[in-house]
Ligand binder design. Sequence first.
Ligand SMILES: [Zn+2]
Length: 131
Amino acid sequence: MKNKVCSIRDPRLRQIRENLRRIIAFPVQEKIDSLKWIIINNYKDSKDTPSEVKERLRNLESSLKKSTIVCPICHYKGIKRDVFYNSLLKEWYCTDCVRIIRDGYYLVLEKKSKGEWIDSGYPEEYALSFL
Ligand SMILES: [Zn+2]
């Protein structure tokens, strides 16, 4: 799949999308939190082995991260927003975060064209993957 934006214009459909995201995301996040709580409490009263708990936690976090529900950058702040699929990273990002990354990239390009200093730690390949 190539980079693409998935947007919904109809306000009623946007509301349905947001509600569905909340219906899915919040129970998953609760389960993630409960698994982290088990780990913090050193697996006390857990019926599962530590490796089973960690595996379940990894699977849930990975599934949520790969979904259109949670933006990997702003997390639940983007729950109402349209999403952008980054084909290089194979993840969905909210369009607000994508806009910030793109604006930053174009600012860096402008600075480069003027011969201004660019931080060597600037993640140019990462930013390019959002164009
Ligand atoms: Zn975001």
